[in-house]
Design a protein. Structure first.
Ligand code: S3P
Length: 437
């Protein structure tokens, strides 16, 4: 292995200071490669996340016959083959750790003329896929999966019919899978959500010339449209910035600027929650927008936090930020209550269980509930914690360790490279105590 540590040892060194830029957005990077591959011609992607998840998506399209150049880090030139130009793969398509890759690809590939098999790593192989298989089957797709889990065996050559569907769960991945299938189906597909989710698929389809109507909670497109190549600028990932926002809020004496952060309102629920807890995070508009997404510099100063009841309606807007929020809650005065976040149980790990277990190991009182937790803030002690191979859990505990009485050993951190390669170096640069073990 190339020097990637299995564990981290973390503990506080100094107040956090600096001016940093986090890597490109994972959700946007996946979609950029997918849509560029389907376009009729070459597209350039700038700001592409060089993470394992998004590289897995690029590797899948290479297997499907799409030539992708990487002239420099963060740049891809994708020579799109057209929506009917993909080639039958010679082997299973490996999505690695990436749920986004597998679910969106299921929607895309079920309407193609060839068979394909989608596989993933141990974590992805435990994640529920019925949420995409069932609605895609209603459109006419044929996908086999034992117990609704990967691998997904997709039988190509089906003629899909459009669907008008009200989804039972708020999931951008499911919505996006249906839109990619709908693009290849006869008729108008309409997806209605119980709560609006990130709309990157919709806005990016429009950037590729597709006629699509969308508003929060609703997306509608006509099948049979083709994609024009374009240039995509990927904003930086709010979910990666989140660890630094929480860390600088918690560590006394900190002052940190995180530059040019993607501020899609369906992603920034954590900001509202942290501010309600007492955080001092200022937004300074930077560039007008990046790739149609608004961006801002976020300036964070240390501030003491107090516990709150997190409004359940905000859960979809901060769905990837709960590990970081749990750490904020552990360091706040009083109790923080999280409800309406049952989806956390089916992420890269069961994030309610992994965070509760780890925080308890550090001396914090946490009561798990089926859809959330009650966290009583307190002093964090030293101790070993496990990330269970979950990138966001590993980074959340690296933040927690900055507040602990002694060193914290965080197990199984290699998967941080799925979403945030270089997190440890950037964290050290601003003052984290963090080293590989
Ligand atoms: C994502 C949607 C969310 C999120 C995931 C990325 C996406 O998942 O948790 O990290 O890119 O569409 P769900 O659709 O399962 O909520």
């Amino acid at each position: 292995m190339s020097g990637v540590p299995r564990d981290w040892i973390a503990g506080r060194v100094t107040p956090l200071r600096g001016d940093i830029v986090v890597p490109g957005d994972k959700s946007v990077s996946h979609r950029a490669v997918m849509l560029a591959a389907l376009a009729d011609g070459s597209s350039r992607i700038e700001g592409f996340l060089e993470g394992e998840d998004t590289r897995a998506t690029a590797a899948v399209f290479a297997q499907l016959g799409v030539r992708i150049e990487a002239p420099e880090p963060g740049v891809r030139i994708v020579h799109g083959v057209g929506i009917d130009g993909l080639r039958a793969p010679g082997a299973p398509l490996d999505c690695g750790n990436a749920g986004t890759a597998m679910r969106l690809l299921a929607g895309l590939l079920c309407a193609q003329p060839f068979d394909s098999v989608l596989v993933g790593d141990a974590s992805l192989s435990q994640r529920p896929m019925r949420r995409v298989i069932d609605p895609l089957s209603r459109m006419g797709a044929r996908i086999d999966a034992d117990d609704g889990l990967p691998p997904l065996r997709i039988h190509g050559g089906q003629h899909l019919a459009a669907i008008d569907i009200a989804l039972p769960i708020a999931s951008a991945q499911v919505k996006s899978a249906l839109l990619l299938a709908g693009l290849q189906a006869a008729g108008d597909t309409c997806v209605r959500e119980p709560h609006p989710t990130r709309d990157y698929t919709e806005s990016m389809l429009r950037a590729f010339g597709v006629d699509i109507t969308f508003s929060p909670g609703l997306a509608e497109l006509r099948g049979g449209q083709r994609l024009d190549p374009t240039e995509i600028h990927v904003p930086t990932d709010f979910s990666s910035a989140a660890f630094f926002l929480v860390a600088a809020t918690l560590v006394p004496g900190s002052l940190l600027r995180v530059r040019g952060v993607g501020m899609n309102p369906r992603r920034t629920g954590l900001l509202q929650v942290l501010r309600a807890m007492g955080a001092d995070i200022r937004e300074e508009p930077s560039a007008a927008s990046v790739g149609g997404e608004s961006v801002a510099d976020l300036v964070v100063r240390h501030a003491p936090l107090h516990g709150i009841e997190v409004p359940p309606t905000l859960a979809p807007d901060m769905i990837d930020e709960f590990p970081a929020l749990f750490v904020a809650a552990a360091c706040a005065s009083g109790e923080t209550v999280v409800r309406g976040a049952a989806e956390l149980r089916v992420k890269e790990s069961d994030r309610i269980a992994t965070m509760a277990h780890g925080l308890r190991a550090l001396g914090i009182e946490v009561e798990e509930t089926p859809d959330g937790a009650r966290i009583r803030g307190g002093r964090l002690s030293a101790g070993p914690v496990e990330s269970h191979g979950d990138h966001r859990v590993a980074m959340a505990f690296a933040v927690a360790a900055q507040l602990a009485d002694g060193e914290v050993r965080i197990g199984d951190v290699a998967n941080v490279a799925t979403s945030f390669p270089g997190f440890d170096a950037l964290a050290r640069q601003v003052g984290f105590g963090l080293r590989g073990a």
